[in-house]
Design a protein around this ligand. Structure first.
Ligand code: ZN
Length: 168
């Protein structure tokens, strides 16, 4: 692939040769110049097509970066005031931290998703059996599911553990 600048210089040089050939009425030379001219023109067209492709790709990349920036800014705005919170021992979520220092309320946001700048609201899954305790479920990734301590129920999650009560 030739550079457009090089191709245009070559075309200019061919024009000079062409004018020379016309001046002396040299048909063979004219035919040679015509073929060379067509070849150069073809290369210029190819170079322009390649440039057009590269330009479209750059535009696409620019739009992707702008989208990512906008999403990031939106995340910052919407998650302002949220902080890491431990609603149950060993269970970490992001939640809006009340300015009065009281216990954060629902919704709780998935911790791994938050780190990836995604807002995933965790949902509460009641315990099914002793071996399958209550859990917080992430709608984005099953692997982000986090089990709650045994006998931990929804009201504990919201209000914290009543004083004197132990889960284990
Ligand atoms: Zn998640």
């Amino acid at each position: 692939m030739i550079e457009i600048g090089t191709a245009i210089s070559s075309l200019a040089a061919l024009k000079t040769i062409f004018e020379g050939a016309v001046a002396v009425r040299d048909d063979t030379k004219l035919m040679e110049v015509k073929l060379a001219f067509q070849q150069q023109l073809f290369e210029v067209q190819n170079a322009m097509l390649a440039m057009q492709g590269a330009y479209a790709k750059l535009l696409e990349e620019k739009r992707e970066i702008e989208d990512a920036n906008r999403r990031s800014q939106q995340f910052e705005t919407e998650m302002q005031g949220h902080a890491l919170f431990e609603p149950a021992p060993g269970v970490f979520v992001y939640a809006l931290q009340p300015s009065d220092g009281s216990r954060p309320k629902l919704p709780y946001f998935c911790h791994p998703c938050y780190k990836a700048r995604k807002q995933s609201i965790l949902s509460y899954e009641a315990a099914i059996s002793a071996s399958q305790p209550a859990a917080l479920h992430c709608p984005e990734q099953a692997a982000h599911r986090v089990e709650l301590p045994r006998r931990w129920r929804r009201e504990h999650l919201i209000n914290g553990l009543p004083s004197g009560e132990h889960t284990e």
